[in-house]
Design a protein. Structure first.
Length: 243
């Protein structure tokens, strides 16, 4: 933390102004926030070296090294550079400007394929510029009608096609999806057919009130049948002849 404070402070400074103190406090707060964020993203790899400020002089000397820094150290460099931008533009050195240009337009991160970022004679790869441009007229006049160009989707430029191809997934994502589907299928099969401790046991719930009611009903039916049987046996033989 002391190294960051030294970076944000001026070289001679017994007479530091109030904005400088505010910038130092903001830098310390931003650095602590980045440190906490880095510990949440990668808790297993948060060693002392990875969470301590680094010497940024080699990064200013060679801006390409910025692309290989961790997220935490990239935040340190960006905060330090932003503090210089916020102070006075006239104090920016050539190294400061080169580093800022590389962070904004260099071939790192999502712009890794932008190899012509430092070539002033070529157009940006993600813009639909054609070099050399085609002129409609060699000698234009004020009465010429200027037509608007056709709309162009920047996501369809050759350098951006792979990044915006939503139908294509990387192998790691495919593997994760495959395992998720497999685990879900196994869980559903186990839940339906096996259960936690083998085949599921069917639990039969007995309604004692219904059983008692059915028993009473059977008793009444037997009594009725017994009465009918006794009546049939007590009839005389001529009753059947008369009937």
């Amino acid at each position: 933390m002391s190294l960051i404070i030294k970076r944000f402070a001026t070289s001679s400074t017994s007479s530091s102004t109030q904005p400088d103190k505010k910038a130092q406090a903001a830098a310390e707060l931003a650095l602590q926030s980045l440190k906490d964020l880095g510990s949440l993203i990668s808790p297993t790899s948060s060693s002392d070296e990875e969470t301590q400020p680094i010497d940024t002089r080699p990064i200013y000397a060679n801006p390409h090294k910025f692309a290989h820094l961790s997220l935490f150290h990239q935040g340190q460099v960006v905060n330090e550079l932003q503090a210089k931008y916020d102070r006075n533009w006239h104090r920016l050195t050539t190294q400061d400007k080169k580093l800022g240009y590389f962070i904004s337009y260099g071939n790192w991160g999502v712009r890794q394929r932008f190899d012509n970022w430092n070539d002033p004679n070529s157009a940006p790869l993600d813009l639909p510029f054609r070099v050399p441009s085609k002129l409609a007229k060699v000698n234009p006049v004020a009465s010429d009608v200027v037509m608007s160009l056709e709309p162009v989707k920047l996501s369809e430029t050759p350098v951006r096609i792979d990044q915006f191809d939503y139908r294509k997934m990387d192998p790691a994502t495919k593997l994760c999806i495959f395992f998720i589907i497999l685990i879900a299928m196994v869980a559903i099969y186990r839940d339906k057919n096996i259960g936690e401790e083998g085949l599921p046991v069917e639990v039969k719930i007995q309604d004692h009130y219904e059983i008692e009611r059915q028993r009473e009903l059977q008793e009444k039916l037997r009594e009725i049948e017994e009465q009918e049987r006794k009546q049939r046996e007590g009839r005389k033989w001529y009753y059947l002849w008369l009937k």
